[in-house]
Design a protein. Structure first.
Ligand code: NG1
Ligand code: ZN
Length: 561
């Protein structure tokens, strides 16, 4: 009986969200992405998916409506698992299948088969909860309604609208809620501001004098991040933050000529910045504030910038964390040292100079395929895993068991040598674990950690940029008939298919000193990406261009030949 009611409810709701003719959706690197105007059926079905995920795990899950750094007309949807991370990859085939079900009957059949296979209580015996968030895109409001319908199509499931949020805020809320702790937006903001001020209080006194450089100008990409940063900055002391591209009426279009993706890919000043900002520390968030890059305008006569990307943010964090362990262990007896496994996780897009630098610090570096779900999973294998994509998405993960050891050490030091250098080092590490988002990369918490570490080191942005010098690189896109015709291996550094393409890429690469080049299908756009690196910008550009031609020859549209 309950099952019948459930089935007719699902059929009825599904008939309100028909699949657009000819559309195909795939749960890619960051969930479903497409033009916002054709996404209602997908978001409705993602609502069903989220409700089932919550039923399966008996926990709260999240559903975020965003297309991140993509144009304002795009939108997207992704699911956050109970730990705040991305939805398990094991469920992606089911996500794809329901997103493409041609009609309500097929959709219902897929759901019925899946709940049976996964042993999911279906028909109202159990309750489910989904937290909903969205960025500032105009299509978000309609899509939110579709998501609510999807959730409400599953009896027992409740949708909780958390309103406009950054992506990392929603992931944080899901994680914290499932830990049984207060998980509102104000809890998030106060955790960030408290742990930041704790780190600032622990800046060595002799370095405080070097910290006069407190001015920071932030490009909010005309998205949600600017507005949230305005809220956060009221709770902070010791930082003078000015937010531009806030997205307030008349200020500009989301991600257009601004934002972390623009700055990282184009390497020029975003709109709203100019000659008056020469020498000042600047940062850019992306449209949903899960990416962060810094930059420096070094001359008033050029639009070029010195980009300080995710790799350099990672390197700054790695230097800081390693230093805390050096302090702790250099001040401990040999039988009382705290053993730690620190892992650095990057993708093939990491600048080669960053990887060499990190290895030379004695750190263990691993590469994974693109997509934070891969990096996150790898980083979680360490006591402390630091992961970043070059584009500025990343965070630092502390394992639960290592956090317990740190807390125990902190208690011990508080009673034996409170205020000692070792004690301060442990307190800094604990504050970092509070400040940095443990669920996903978070531009706001990342920004506060960068600021705290720069103050700790007494470093200017220029000094930070000099940690190592990036190898010149170029990223290009190629439109092809079918991007899935490219299959890669070795963390995407080699092409397995089409046969013969890799050999030609190798031959091109060999022509350039320090050459490195790889191609892969994008998971978020219908294109092939080409990345090239070489000892000069001209060489990197020419290598990228030649490989674009190769890809086009193998896979491009016939008319373009
Ligand atoms: P795709 O389109 O799969 O390259 C892009 C980024 C990823 C990741 C996702 C999610 C590059 C080269 N790729 O993925 O790193 O951030 O978007 O937003 O920047
Ligand atoms: Zn984003």
């Amino acid at each position: 009986m309950a099952q019948d009611k459930q089935c007719s409810l699902l059929l009825e709701f599904a008939s309100r969200f028909p699949l657009p003719h000819g559309a195909r959706f795939s749960y890619g690197t960051a969930g479903f992405r497409s033009d916002g105007s054709i996404l209602a059926s997908t978001v409705f079905r993602a609502g069903i998916l989220a409700a089932l995920r919550s039923l399966k795990t008996s926990s709260t899950v999240g559903l975020m409506i965003t297309a991140s750094h993509n144009p304002v007309s795009d939108n997207g949807v992704k699911i956050a698992d109970p730990d705040g991370g991305m939805m398990t990859q094991r469920w992606e085939p089911f996500a794809d299948a329901i997103a493409n079900a041609p009609d309500p009957e097929h959709l219902l059949q897929l759901v019925k088969d899946f709940v049976k296979e996964e042993n999911i209580p279906f028909g109202g015996e159990q309750s489910a909860e989904v937290l909903l968030g969205r960025d500032t895109r105009p299509s978000g409001e309609t899509l939110l309604k579709a998501a609510k319908h999807g959730i409400n199509a599953i009896i027992g499931a409740v949708a909780v609208d958390m309103d406009i949020l950054t992506t990392p805020q929603l992931h944080w809320m899901v994680r914290i809620k499932n830990k049984g702790m207060p998980a509102s937006e104000s809890d998030y903001l106060s955790q960030l501001s408290k742990s930041f001020s704790c780190l600032i209080d622990l800046v060595p006194k002799e370095r405080v004098a070097d910290c006069s450089d407190t001015k920071l100008v932030v490009d909010g990409a005309n998205g949600v991040g600017g507005e949230k940063l305005e809220q956060l900055k009221k709770m902070l002391t010791g930082l003078d933050i000015c937010v531009r591209n806030t997205g307030k009426k008349g200020e500009g279009v989301l991600n257009e000529g601004c934002g972390a993706d623009f700055v990282q890919k184009e390497k020029i000043t975003p709109s709203g910045f100019g000659p008056d900002d020469v020498g000042i520390r600047c940062a850019s968030l992306d449209g949903d504030a899960d990416r962060l890059v810094y930059f420096l305008i070094s001359s008033s006569s050029s639009k070029n910038i010195d980009l300080i990307d995710g790799d350099k943010i990672l390197s700054l964090f790695a230097v800081f964390i390693k230093e805390q362990f050096d302090i702790l262990n250099n001040n401990s007896d040999s039988d009382n040292k705290l053993a730690v496994r620190i892992g650095i996780v990057q993708t093939a897009y990491a600048n080669g100079a960053s990887t060499s630098y990190l290895k030379q610090l004695g750190l263990e570096v691993v590469l994974t395929p693109t997509g934070v779900k891969f990096l996150h999973k790898e980083a979680a294998k360490y006591d402390i895993g630091i992961y970043f994509e070059a584009n500025g998405h990343g965070t630092i993960l502390f394992s639960e068991s290592f956090l317990l050891s740190l807390e125990a050490r902190s208690k011990e030091l508080a009673s034996t040598s409170s205020g000692s250098e070792s004690h301060k080092a442990v307190l800094r590490l604990l504050a970092v674990s509070q400040l940095i988002n443990q669920a996903v990369g978070d531009a706001l918490s990342g920004l506060l950690l960068v600021e705290a570490v720069l103050q700790y080191k007494g470093w200017s942005i220029k000094r930070w940029n000099e940690l190592y010098q990036d190898l010149p690189s170029r990223q290009l896109k190629v439109k092809v008939v079918d991007r899935n015709a490219v299959v890669t291996t070795n963390a995407e550094t080699k092409v397995a298919k089409p046969l013969g393409l890799q050999e030609l890429i190798d031959a091109e690469t060999a022509k350039h000193p320090h050459g490195r080049c790889f191609v892969r299908p994008s998971g978020t756009e219908d294109i092939i990406r080409v990345y090239a690196e070489a000892s000069t910008q001209e060489a990197a550009d020419s290598l990228a261009r030649s490989v674009v031609q190769l890809v086009d020859r193998f896979l491009g549209f016939p008319s373009s030949h």
